[in-house]
Write a protein that binds this ligand. Sequence first.
Ligand code: AHR
Length: 498
Amino acid sequence: MAKSKTIISKDFNIGQTDPRLFGSFVEHMGSVVYNGIYEPDHPTADENGFRRDVVELVKDLKLGVIRYPGGNFTSGYNWEDGVGPKASRPTKLDLAWKAIEPNTFGLNEFMQWIEQVGSEAIMTVNLGTRGIDEARNIVEYCNFEGGSYWSDLRKSHGVEKPHNIKIWCLGNELDGEWQIARKTADEYGRLACETAKAMRWVDPTLELVAVGSSARHLPTFPEWDRTVLMHTYEHADYLSLHHYINKMETDTANYLAMSINMERQIKEVIATCDYVQSVKRSKKPMKLSFDEWNLWRKPDIEYKQWEIGYPYDWVRFHMEDALVFGSAMLTLLRNADRVRIGCQSLLVNTIPMILTEKGGQAWRNPTYYPFQHVSRYGRGEVLRIVTDSPKYDSSEFTDVPFIDSVAVFNGEDGEITVFAINRSAEPMQYDLDIRDFEDVAFLEQIVLKHESLSAINTSDHPTNVSPARSDQTSLDRGTATSLLDPYSWNVIRFSVKS
Ligand code: AHR
């Protein structure tokens, strides 16, 4: 049997994870909001129209942040349409997704919902069709105590206390042809800089995210990022990255390696940020907000335009996708020193972690589990491990390690968790040298049970792909040996001296 080995040392680490790395995204798109998290006629809906079954599934993910309200949607959105008495809110056309937007769910409903799921909001302002004035007004509405037009309007809407939203995205994907009111890098950079100033004059405690390139394959990458940073470096705390790994026609071996492109993108964006830092003689390293990342595969339902809450990119992910998704999460962990915010895109019904049927069930897509495991056990110090693994070549990549692994030390709980993906069609012996830690005891090995790489979860069979304990790890004087099944996701946990 092929063998692989990882050495873990307590003296070498990459950095502490930020709770905001474990985030997701709720956009007014398809059935994410309407017929997803908000469905007043659903049997489980509460008095606000929020589906309780969905709330329970979301809570279990322990999301550090949730980005809202878009996405491309934001670039044509008037947030004022979604506040105040529902009866007087206008029905509008959403040009981003060619949908009808009834505005019965807006800012205050989102803030109510996010409190229920126990997370923190990231708000995006419209720098497409709108600009500085709208942005400063929404900050005043959300964060100013009272005694001004917008803060008093909030109170008149029944929200006495400010929402105190800390993280704000200065627009979304404004480099993209598909975006309403696309801009050049100079146009956007100037606008973002002036908008940031005005927003901070309303609330100096804000943390602001400037729009980086929306994809690595665009011809403007990374020049867009450099230009935007030249305008915004002093005003932004984060630069955004987006990445969707596209299943398309690629074979399994290549698909399983595709998170490598995400890793490259992170390194390239860091290099661009550090270059501008040096030009600016700035002491501040730019943090990264990976505020959209996920996989894409052909949807199971064809989209119908100009409906309310019609499923868009409603996908039942396969076991194979869960492995690639897990690998993307490990990429974020490996870069936790610079990537401080991460938002899986999107939470419900659009390439989602949670699927729902109108009036029916809510259940977990296979990708739900790697996220849940990393969110639960991946908080702490990401360790700088050394892994020796056999390698393979795929159609696009050379020297791909069969084993993709990350170790995280949680000093508070006295635990080390090793996440390991076996990209091979064969089982692999995996040795872990943890002798550097004291009092090591094996806790558990969790895997994802599945019949085949194309296994999916359905409303009738929601647990085809689901976590199970494995008894394939043994520990002898600080060295553990695990058997990793072919094409497997593994979470191997140990207790150690804190
Ligand atoms: O699928 C979500 C969409 O993808 C977001 O609205 C946009 O920002 C990205 O292109």
